[in-house]
Ligand binder design. Structure first.
Ligand SMILES: Nc1nc2c(ncn2[C@@H]2O[C@H](COP(=O)(O)OP(=O)(O)OP(=O)(O)O)[C@@H](O)[C@H]2O)c(=O)[nH]1
Ligand SMILES: [Mg+2]
Length: 259
């Protein structure tokens, strides 16, 4: 029998072995990071443990708030919110889910799935809003008019709207509706950030050419103020870049004027 592990002195020997094992995990560099990390973390310098972008923590605690069919059903117009707009099926709900690491917004292969303004709470003062897609031809005209009217009413009146993420399928960019949104954002001074979604559907070179062309067209027609990026929900491409914009608009990052 191994010394110290006899039935009679179990209680004395076990803690010692555990302590030795813990010590071994902490000091042995050959062990995998994933095993060593939980024990080693408290000894890391504080700045290494801080999340890079404060939006990440807020997104992790995001929760569904309310679905509104019209503007007067929306939550109180206080604090800050960012809305996800775009043509039907462009990937608005998928982008929102990818950015929040959750399955909050309902996605579907059937265009026209999101028919209400869906609000998601980040904290007491910040929200994300999944908007109904515009421009799906098969939606009955009265329903289409209903959405359009309420979408316009929402975009036109919402004081807490800090900016709009416009989703465009990279393979079908700048539809008439996208142009309308760009015109409206330009005229109203609303910050707009474009996600070219489904970029995984194109090869790397083709996606790069597409973004360069779209960027050029947008900057020529609507000015340099509109930012554009590649995005893929399944590949999680562009998540950090989009989170950076969200954090800025939601007042979570210091802007040069704050310093
Ligand atoms: N390959 C790929 N598929 C995507 C991506 N984003 C969304 N999709 C797919 O596209 C379809 C539509 O996505 P949704 O996120 O529901 O689109 P939506 O814009 O919210 O649509 P509506 O609510 O109908 O306006 C779904 O089948 C998604 O799985 C992406 O980045 N890459
Ligand atoms: Mg949707």
């Amino acid at each position: 029998m191994v010394k110290g592990l006899g039935a009679g002195n179990k209680g004395l020997s076990r803690p010692k072995r555990t302590q030795n094992l813990r010590h071994y995990i902490l000091v042995n560099p050959k062990l995998k990071r994933s095993i060593a990390a939980p024990l080693a973390a408290p000894y890391l310098p504080e700045f290494l443990m801080l999340p890079k972008n404060p939006i990440i923590g807020l997104c992790q605690q995001a929760s569904f708030m309310i679905s509104a069919a019209k503007v007067d059903q929306c939550p109180a117009d206080e604090g800050l919110e960012v809305a996800f707009a775009g043509r039907s099926n462009a990937g608005k709900s998928s982008a929102l889910n990818t950015l929040t690491h959750a399955n909050l917004a309902r996605t579907s292969k059937t265009p026209g799935r999101t028919q209400l303004l869906n609000f998601f709470r980040l904290d007491d003062e910040r929200r994300l809003v999944d908007l109904p897609g515009y421009g799906y031809a098969k939606v009955p005209i009265p329903l289409k008019q209903h959405w359009q009217r309420h979408l316009e009413a929402y975009l036109g009146s919402r004081e807490s709207l800090a900016g709009v993420f416009l989703m465009m399928d990279i393979r079908h960019p700048l539809t008439d509706f996208d142009r309308m949104m760009l015109d409206w954002a330009g005229a109203s001074g609303m910050p707009l950030h474009i996600l070219l979604t489904k970029s995984d559907k194109l090869a790397f070179g083709a996606a790069k050419n597409a973004i360069l062309k779209i960027q050029r067209d947008i900057h020529q027609q609507w000015g340099e103020g509109i930012s554009v990026q590649l995005f893929s929900a399944p590949k999680r491409q562009g998540v950090e870049q989009a989170q950076e914009v969200l954090a800025q608009w939601l007042g979570l990052l210091e802007t040069p004027e704050d310093e």
